[in-house]
Design a protein around this ligand. Sequence first.
Ligand code: ADP
Ligand code: MG
Length: 683
Amino acid sequence: MQLSDLKGIGPAAVEQLKQLNIESVLDLLFHLPLRYEDKTQLTPISQTRAMQPALVEGEITKSFVMQGKRSILVCEIADESGVIQLKFFNFYYSQKIKMRAGKRIRAYGEVNHGMHGPEMIHPEFWLEKDIPALSDRLTAIYPKSEGLQQKRLQGVVLQALGLLQNGQLDLAELLPGDWLKQAHLPDLQSALKDVHQPPPDVDMNSLMEGRHPSQQRLKIEEMVSHFLALQAIRNQRQQHQAPQLILSTEQKHHFLDRLPFTLTGAQQRVLDEISTDLSQAIPMQRLIQGDVGSGKTAVAAGAIEHALAAGKQAVFMAPTSILAEQHRLTLIEIFPDKEIAFLSGRLKAAERREQLAQIADTADIIIGTHALFQDEVVYRDLALVIIDEQHRFGVHQRLSLKAKGAEENSMPHSLIMTATPIPRTLAQVAYANLDVSVIDELPPNRQSINTTLLDNKKMPQLAERIEAACQRGEQAYWVCTLVEESEHLRAKAAEDTFVELKDWFPGLKIGLVHGRLKDEEKTAVMADFKAGNIQLLVATTVIEVGVDVPNATLMVIENAERLGLSQLHQLRGRVGRGSRQSHCVLMYQAPLSQNAQTRLSTMRDTNDGFKIAKTDLKLRGPGEILGTRQKGAMEFRLVNVETDKDLFKQAKDLAQSMQKKHPEQCRALIHRWQRQAATLAKV
Ligand code: ADP
Ligand code: MG
């Protein structure tokens, strides 16, 4: 049964439905109402209440056009209890004729109390013989797309519901009956009937808040399917072989000795977890969460050591070339006698060929950006893939690199690192297919960063601080935050600022870095900054993630109100990396919106990435935070990851028990809910 088989659904309507993500009759049934209208009973006019919707019926006592700037059609109706005016600002002449005194009319709308008593503006109305029988169900109002009338949508959903009830739609109950009974939840058919056509005695509040058992039941089913799908991905990958990478105690000590510091307890613990994973013959699928500056790179290096000790290759991928280059420098220090290849999108052809040849042959470690995804990159013997700052990559990109290096039965280990400390409940949902390690400790002697807010007008105050810091031999960042789509405009803005700052600070050595520079140029500037040859670095947000120059202790962010919380936190994480007190100055353009005020004051009040993430989640919602707005991973039809948190555990437990007892239903559930079931299964 297809959408086009439904009555009244032609090609145009199919298109309009598609805009609502409705591509099948099933999708239609899972397209849940936004709200409901009660047209099951008439309210006597005298009992209507202001701001409340009501269905009234009576006889038209008079109807006239009020002339003014705009003409208004006024239709006064009376029942035994009182009188109410219906007002129409846009009306046809024919409508005026139809609404003659003496006719019966029924109207539905929100009641206002106007100068002339109760009134309804633009109510829905029916006249004389068009007045329908009172409905015995609440009327569902759906999210709709342009061009698609609400009535039409209601009509097709009802058709679909009818087909379901006649048994003409194949929509089996997939949740175990005993579980439903125990949880006091309805079966699928009743749940669907309830949400699309609630009985008049339904608990309206629970329905409006999405807490009605029928809604809960549908959401749990979706959630179960989500967990099952992620678990399926995991299982599938676990059926592959992976090389066992075992490090002897000696080798491990040798590695630790080469690090310029002692690992923190948290780093140790996470590295141990990784060691255990890598020693297995199945691919590791682990995510490391660690706040900005918690030292993820050293842990990644520890993982790399495992691959190298086994004579195999490791890939380390970063979201920007600046960060990739920095990792290259760090790893050269830690692995001085290893061959390190580098691949980014900006290499010259000859250089690129050379790197590709190395990767296919002698390279031990391969560092780069998303260029590592390209098909022509062939690895000699890839055993480990590390993806740094994963929130910057789209889901698809992430998945395709993981698939790389996979052969028939074998697959490299994968390690994903993120500084986006998402709240635990959300992590459980988003990363249900991954093992998660948390580095919950910062290296010793870190001072928390002192953050101040400064109105753009107070620039002179700031100038003194910058000069003072540089005089102490410390360094500073000046971040330009033009949020233009175009890299070109961003670069231009940074160049302008650069010129201005050179005027302000004739005595300082000032550098400039932005996304339009060639890789070598960026590398040179960053190296100069790291070496201390640049005192003040003017940068776009290209330095947002990962950049590590511990001697930089002051960061100025221009127009900080334009940036989101997690981006501000990332940027600020560029300072406070050494043992000296660091400062961050968030400059802003007054007046601030409520939301911007919350963001900036949160930044001022805490350095704790988890707290910041929580506020961020409230302000922006989960999709944005995870950067997975592309179809897939976190896209739910019914579940709201924030407000439906309390369903997760129940759904997860059910998914687990169903996997054991009802494997057939599990497959069917994945297919029912996951639009990408087929592609999901492949990765
Ligand atoms: P992130 O988790 O943000 O990627 P990095 O790996 O860049 O953090 O580390 C931040 C800084 O902390 C670097 O300068 C690094 O050398 C330093 N660092 C990492 N681990 C330790 C440690 N255990 N003791 C002291 N400094 C450390
Ligand atoms: Mg990092």
